[in-house]
Write a protein that binds this ligand. Structure first.
Ligand code: MN3
Length: 196
């Protein structure tokens, strides 16, 4: 059973003007699709074909000879998680259970937002910033390239993609502006609550 590209959970223009239809067209239809296609090529004819995406990622993470498979399979997972981390009319302060945990573990939502933005901006080169559950505590982590918290025993709650392909058409080199817009206008706290 080959891996499939999931549909976006909204239309390509649903996040405009903050993330344009053009960006989502390239990011989902081209980049995410390429990770799916490449991962499928690398598992074709092996026993990994019968495994779930999460199982494929775990196997590849444990085997340096499978670095190429890890990169593509993890990017399939990361991007599927990313689409749900954003929603139309999202952003602003968290609500529900996650809001209470953010207050408990970061002091306030504003402190959390400042630290999350700083981490996302400081990630050198390509990668991701994540809000995760680490045991019984929330934490902010960054991962480089395709790396993903699910191979570190962490439970992802929300993510922002800071690869240039995620923002360059709309923000060029202004990653801080893109990260601020993610927090102010896009972050899907319903999804983060559902992941708790
Ligand atoms: Mn991406």
């Amino acid at each position: 059973m080959a891996l499939q590209l999931p549909d976006l959970p909204y239309e390509h223009d649903a996040l405009a003007p903050y993330v344009s239809a053009e960006t989502l067209g390239f990011h989902h239809d081209k980049h995410h699709q390429a990770y799916v296609t490449n991962a499928n090529k690398l598992i074709a004819g092996t026993d990994l074909e019968a495994k779930s995406l999460e199982e494929i990622i775990a196997v590849a993470a444990a085997d340096p000879a499978k670095k190429g498979l890890f990169n593509n399979a993890a990017q399939v997972w990361n991007h599927t998680f990313l689409w749900h981390s954003m929603k139309p009319n999202g952003g602003g302060a968290a609500s529900g259970a996650i809001a209470k945990l953010i207050d408990r573990d970061f002091g306030s939502f504003d402190v959390f937002a400042e630290k999350f933005a700083a981490a996302a901006v400081a990630q050198f080169g390509s990668g991701w910033a994540w809000l995760v559950s680490n045991g019984d505590k929330l934490d902010i982590v960054t991962t480089a390239n395709a790396d993903t918290p699910i191979v570190r025993g962490l439970k992802p709650l929300l993510t922002v993609d800071v690869w240039e392909h995620a923002y360059y058409l709309d923000y060029q080199n202004r990653r801080p502006d893109y990260v601020k817009i993610f927090l102010d206008k896009l972050a899907n706290w319903d999804f983060a609550n559902a992941n708790l």
